[in-house]
Design a protein around this ligand. Structure first.
Ligand code: ADP
Ligand code: ZN
Length: 715
């Protein structure tokens, strides 16, 4: 086996033209019979790394996966690509299991998915020994390590693989990055001098954005309305938030449902199924949602609350855009959330408390970052990024700084005069001169800085305090009712005239306005071409949904969004053009190609009838009449074009593989003459040159058709 075989298989089964980073290297290592540990983020393309060897090498690749609910989906997706796959787990009946085992034994499977329990069971071993196995793949390999976040004891038994089958390569795959787990996987699975591949954890197609957590529901509704029909997930900390939020979204006419671990056993899978099959558009969920699903067309993720750590956050936003098409993520940040999480950690079991707090702090830094957010994320995973990403809110709208010394002095002095006895809320009230009962009854209106910051809006004050905290000029005493305290740094500002630089609070406001202005002009300026593309995309999406329902599979198994987008942009009208679209392997081309081509052709013709000019449509118009049985002269008359043009359309369609009977217009012998004439000419062939070369004995129409025949033969 070599990489040429691998590349051919990638095109044949998946319709992809090239490998993603590391895929080719991993596949090569497997061809060389080496053990492999592969670390790649969700959506990076891990599956291809063992599936290509599975379809090219002799024998079956056995895949161990902990998630029974995912196996069915994965197998379905493979079968849709014409790959011989099956799964074995406790959800199958005895007879079903027998039949799959039979297939394995007779070498009729490229891939077999199974659970770790089944794999390590004594009954299964003889069958494994008796079958031809080319590769073992351990998916979610971090489950083998107690260092990982998802240790599963049954994974431990998998070490028998290398002992029993020392010559069959094993690939362990995971999206979990940390070093300890990595090393432990190698030890626990007993991999033999494995090649370790670590992919970049960057997901450039995910946009990153953080917004202050105020009026969240309003902001969410606005966000969703800008993305009609796009599936998305909203993560919330509390179960009851998921329910109340879903309720409110439904009141706004949004197709939303709630999901959390407390739902009964019938409702939970149904909510999930409805989302997978595009029947529900928005899921409001606790982080319990997502583990068992493989939906590739999630277009956005919102965090209603601040996550506990960056690992969790990254995994959750990673559930969007798995198909590689653009996806948007939005995180709401509020100090209340931060305080709540902190209290949660402090009240919890003492173990690892420091680590949890430190992780929360990193999350906090991310949420309040004033530099490129992707840099912070990647840095967290020990990757350095030199350039700004250009796809986060900070990059898109860099913060503007100003001399905030006076603002800082007011805040710090108020803290000092309040004897460091109040939290941020009261502090801002004092600065703004509020007349709340609580404030007055404490006599805080008597202090010197009362009302000194009236000119600054309340939310802007929070924004400035946040920055002062991040700069170490103030701190929150989490162990003392979250009171605001001075630091060593504060004294330099208060007493030694130390300057403080702050980011303008208007940055947020401006960001919002600019964004709105941008969307407005974008819609206005959206060219006709873009509108047509969006409209066509919607058509194709509906067709996909129809087909998926008929077949009883999730829509993204028919085609993923990226493929659909490419189709809508390129508008292929012939099979040859369609096969150029990424994501259409031979099987899908055969199975769905015609339906999608017809849909595109109908759409283009409909547009043409509306008077919108689209390239390609003129051929189709000719083709439509031709298929209705019109003669060339009739077509020419009806379309008000020359008969030779009609012939040229038919020739083009024929050359592209459409069903045009050219032999109604010329004989084989004539075509042969044309072919011989152009054989040693340089394309593009001029009709007149050929005409002269053939002593003016063959008509232009016939020459045009003859050239099409020649070109098609040559291919
Ligand atoms: P992972 O298992 O790492 O989460 P997948 O294997 O499911 O990722 O791949 C994520 C998506 O990327 C899938 O839709 C897959 O078909 C697509 N993909 C994988 N490899 C390629 C490739 N070489 N070119 C284009 N798309 C790819
Ligand atoms: Zn950035």
């Amino acid at each position: 086996m070599n990489l040429e075989n691998a590349k051919a298989a990638l095109k044949k089964y998946y319709g992809y033209d090239s490998f993603r980073p590391l895929q080719a290297e991993v596949i090569q290592a497997i061809f060389d019979k080496k053990d492999v540990l592969l670390l790649m983020p969700t959506g990076g393309g891990k599956s291809v790394c063992f599936q290509i060897p599975a379809v090219t090498m002799e024998g079956t690749c056995v895949v161990v996966s902990p998630l029974i609910s995912l196996m069915k989906d994965q197998v379905e997706a493979l079968r849709a690509n014409g790959i011989r796959a099956a799964f074995l787990n406790s959800s199958l009946s005895y007879h079903e299991q027998q039949s799959v085992e039979n297939e394995l034994f007779h070498g009729r499977l490229d891939l077999l998915y199974t659970s770790p329990e089944k794999m390590a069971s004594q009954e299964f071993l003889p069958l494994l020994r008796a079958s031809k196995i080319c590769l073992f793949a351990i998916d979610e390999a971090h489950c083998i390590s107690s260092w990982g976040h998802d240790f599963r004891p049954e994974y431990r038994q998998l070490r028998f693989l290398k002992n029993t089958f020392p010559n069959i390569p094993v690939i362990a795959l995971t999206a979990t990055a940390d070093k300890l787990t990595r090393k432990d996987i190698i030890v626990q699975a007993e991999l033999r001098s494995p090649e370790v591949f670590i992919a970049s954890f960057d997901r450039p197609n995910l946009s990153l954005e953080v917004k202050p957590g105020r009026k969240r529901i309003e902001q969410i509704v606005e966000f969703i309305e800008k993305r009609p029909n796009q599936p998305g997930i909203i993560y919330c900390t509390a179960r009851k938030t998921t329910e109340s939020l879903a309720e409110k979204l439904r009141e706004e006419g949004i197709n939303a449902a709630a999901y959390h671990a407390g739902l009964d056993d019938r409702t939970r899978p149904k909510v999930q199924e409805d989302f997978i099959n595009d029947r529900t558009t928005v899921i409001c969920a606790t982080i319990a949602f997502g583990m068992g699903i493989d939906k590739s067309n999630v277009r956005w993720v919102i965090h209603y609350n601040l996550p506990k750590n960056i690992e969790g956050y990254y995994q959750e936003i990673g559930r969007s855009g798995r198909d590689g098409a653009d996806a948007d993520t939005l995180l709401f940040y509020s100090v209340q959330d931060l305080i709540m999480l902190r209290e949660f950690i402090m009240d919890g079991e003492g173990q690892h408390r420091d680590i949890q707090l430190a992780k929360l702090e990193r999350m906090h830094q991310y949420a309040t970052s004033l530099i490129c957010r992707r840099k912070i994320l990647l840095n967290y995973f020990n990757e350095t990024m030199l350039e700004n990403c250009g796809n986060c809110d900070v990059c898109k709208n860099p913060p503007q700084h100003f001399d905030g010394s006076i603002v800082a002095q007011k805040a710090l002095s108020a803290v000092s005069r309040l004897d460091e006895q109040v939290g941020t809320g009261m502090l801002v009230d004092v600065l703004r001169g509020s007349k709340s009962y609580n404030l007055l009854s404490n006599g805080y209106d008597k202090i010197k800085t009362y009302g000194a910051g009236k000119d600054i809006r309340q939310e802007d004050w929070f924004f400035y305090l946040e920055q002062l905290i991040n700069q170490g000029l103030l701190e929150i005493a989490y162990d003392d009712h979250n009171k605001v305290k001075l630091t060593d740094g504060s004294r330099a500002v208060l007493f030694s005239g130390q300057k403080v630089e702050l980011v303008k609070a208007e940055t947020f406001q401006k960001r919002k306005e600019e964004e709105e202005a941008k969307t407005a002009t974008r819609t206005k300026r959206a060219t006709e071409r873009e509108r047509v593309r969006d409209e066509l995309f919607e058509h194709l999406r509906e067709l996909r949904l129809d087909i998926a329902r008929q077949k009883g599979v999730p829509p993204y198994i028919v085609f993923n969004d990226a493929t659909l987008e490419e189709m809508a942009a390129a508008r292929p009208t012939t099979e040859a053009d369609l096969s150029q679209i990424s994501g259409l392997g031979e099987q899908k081309l055969r199975e769905y190609g015609r339906a999608f081509l017809d849909a595109i052709q109908d759409f283009l013709l409909a547009k043409k009838d509306e008077g919108i000019r689209i390239t390609g449509a003129t051929y189709l118009e000719t083709f439509r009449l031709y298929k209705q049985g019109a003669s060339v002269d009739e077509i020419a008359a009806q379309r008000d074009i020359a008969p030779l043009t009609v012939f040229s359309h038919l020739a083009h369609l024929y050359e592209k593989g459409e069903n045009v009977n050219i032999w109604a217009f010329l004989t084989k012998a004539e075509a042969q003459r044309v072919a011989e004439a152009v054989h040693d000419m340089e394309p593009p062939y001029k009709l007149m040159d050929v005409f002269n070369k053939l002593n003016e004995e063959v008509t232009y129409e016939k020459i045009r058709l003859g050239i099409a025949w020649y070109n098609k033969q040559k291919r």
